[in-house]
Design a protein around this ligand. Sequence first.
Ligand SMILES: [Zn+2]
Length: 93
Amino acid sequence: MLLSGRNKQCGSSSPGQTGHCPLNKHLSISGITDSPLCRACMETEETPIHIMLQCNGVAEQRAARLGSTATLHEALGDLGGLLSFWSELGWME
Ligand SMILES: [Zn+2]
């Protein structure tokens, strides 16, 4: 009795190609100012929140234009005062 070998091909497995699409987040940080420190008090990072609410260096101007705003909500509630405050500082130019 002849045993004939049979080549069984259990399906053809083709190498699957999974499309990887790497996301390269390119963050370009352009230096706007030389120092991140607040230009008025040089104590902490200069952020709009800091300027509008916390900074002691512009406390007089802020009090004159905005009054005593303790929260960002209050500051934003007085856009007229806020704009005049910023324009008085002259930092937006
Ligand atoms: Zn400051």
